[in-house]
Design a protein around this ligand. Structure first.
Ligand SMILES: [Zn+2]
Length: 301
C-alpha cells in the first residue's frame, strides 16, 4: 500500500517500470540465473514458491495476473513444469517461451536398480515424469549445463528487449564464468571423496551425479509426492545395507517420512539435499549447489 501511494503521481517512475520487460520463471534456480542476466533492465518474477515441489503447482490468481503481463516465460521443459507452459499459453499467449532444458544434452531417468514394480502406492497415471526411460528433467543441477542455460536466457532477453541486448549478453557472460568457477570447485571437492555412491530422496540428482562421476545407488521416492510401498522401501533398505550406504537424505519440498523411518531403522544419519532451493541458506544458484555438496560431503568424504 505504502509503495502505491509513494508512486502515485510519479508518472515517469510508472512509465519506467512498465517499459522494463517482465520475465516469469518457473523454479528458483533458473529464476536466480535469469535475474542475474536481467540485471536492471528487466523485471524477473519467480512463480513456484520456495519449499514447494517442482512437479506440481497450482498458481494463485495473483500469479496468473503476473504472467498475463509477461513478455517472456522461462521454464525447464522436459516434462518438469507443464503447469508453467499451460499458464503462459492461457494468460499470455503472445509471450515468448524459453525451455532451457531443450538447450542442453539430456539424460534418461536411470534404470532403477530395484526395478520399478510397485514403486508407489498411488495410481500410475498421475505421474509419468520420473518413470524409467523417460527424459530426466533435473538438468539445472549440472553447473555446466546451467552455463548453456544462462547463455540461452541472455540470447532470449536480447531478442525480447533489443535496446538492452549488450547488457544482457555481458551479464550472461559474467554469470557463466561464475558458474565455471563453481563447477571447478565442486569437481575438486567431489574428486576427493572416498565414496561415490549415494541414495537420493526423489530422482533429482541424476545430472549432478553424472557430471561429478558419482552413482545413485537407489531412490527412496521415485514418484515425487507419491508414497512408496512397503515392499519398495524394503528393496531400498536391502541396497542401503548391502552397499553400507552411510546416510540418507530427505528434500525440503517433499514429506521426509519415508527417508526418516528408514534412517531411524538403520541407525544412519538423515541429511537434506535440496534440488530447488530459494530458502535463506539456498538463495542463489551457487548457495544451492554448495548446500548440496556440503550435505553429501558429510557422508561421502
Ligand atoms: Zn523432481
Amino acid at each position: 500500500m505504502a509503495t502505491m501511494f509513494l508512486h502515485s503521481g510519479c508518472s515517469s517512475c510508472r512509465a519506467k517500470e512498465s517499459d522494463r520487460p517482465k520475465v516469469v520463471v518457473s523454479i528458483f534456480p533458473i529464476y536466480d540465473l535469469a535475474r542475474r542476466v536481467a540485471g536492471p533492465d528487466a523485471d524477473v518474477v519467480l512463480l513456484l514458491p520456495p519449499g514447494k515441489s517442482e512437479h506440481h503447482f497450482d498458481p494463485t490468481p495473483k500469479q496468473v495476473e503476473d504472467v498475463a503481463s509477461a513478455k517472456l516465460g522461462v521454464m525447464v521443459g522436459l516434462g518438469l513444469d507443464p503447469w508453467m507452459e499451460k499458464m503462459l499459453k492461457d494468460a499470455a499467449p503472445k509471450a515468448r517461451a524459453l525451455k532451457v532444458g531443450d538447450k542442453v544434452p539430456t539424460l534418461a531417468v536411470k534404470d532403477d536398480p530395484l526395478g520399478d514394480e510397485e514403486a508407489h502406492a498411488g495410481g500410475k497415471d498421475d505421474d509419468h515424469d520420473h518413470e524409467k526411460g523417460a527424459t530426466d528433467p533435473h538438468c539445472w543441477l549440472d553447473p555446466r549445463r546451467a552455463q548453456t542455460m544462462v547463455q540461452a536466457i541472455g540470447d532470449e532477453l536480447a531478442l525480447v528487449d533489443p535496446a538492452h541486448a549488450a547488457g544482457y549478453r555481458e551479464r550472461a557472460t559474467s554469470t557463466t564464468s561464475k558458474l565455471a568457477e563453481l563447477d571447478a570447485e565442486i569437481e575438486r571437492r567431489t574428486t576427493a571423496w572416498s565414496r561415490k555412491d549415494f541414495v537420493t530422496f526423489h530422482g533429482s540428482f541424476g545430472y549432478f551425479a553424472d557430471r561429478y562421476h558419482l552413482q545413485i545407488a537407489a531412490v527412496i521416492e521415485p514418484f515425487p509426492g507419491s508414497t512408496p510401498t512397503g515392499k519398495y522401501i524394503e528393496a531400498v533398505r536391502g541396497v542401503v545395507e548391502k552397499k553400507k550406504v552411510p546416510g540418507l537424505f530427505s528434500e525440503p519440498q517433499l514429506d521426509p517420512r519415508p527417508a526418516k523411518i528408514l534412517a531411524d531403522e538403520l541407525k544412519i544419519p538423515l541429511g537434506v539435499l535440496d534440488p530447488v532451493g530459494g530458502a535463506a541458506e539456498t538463495d542463489s544458484y551457487e548457495k544451492l549447489l554448495r548446500f548440496d555438496v556440503d550435505a553429501l560431503e558429510k557422508v561421502l568424504k
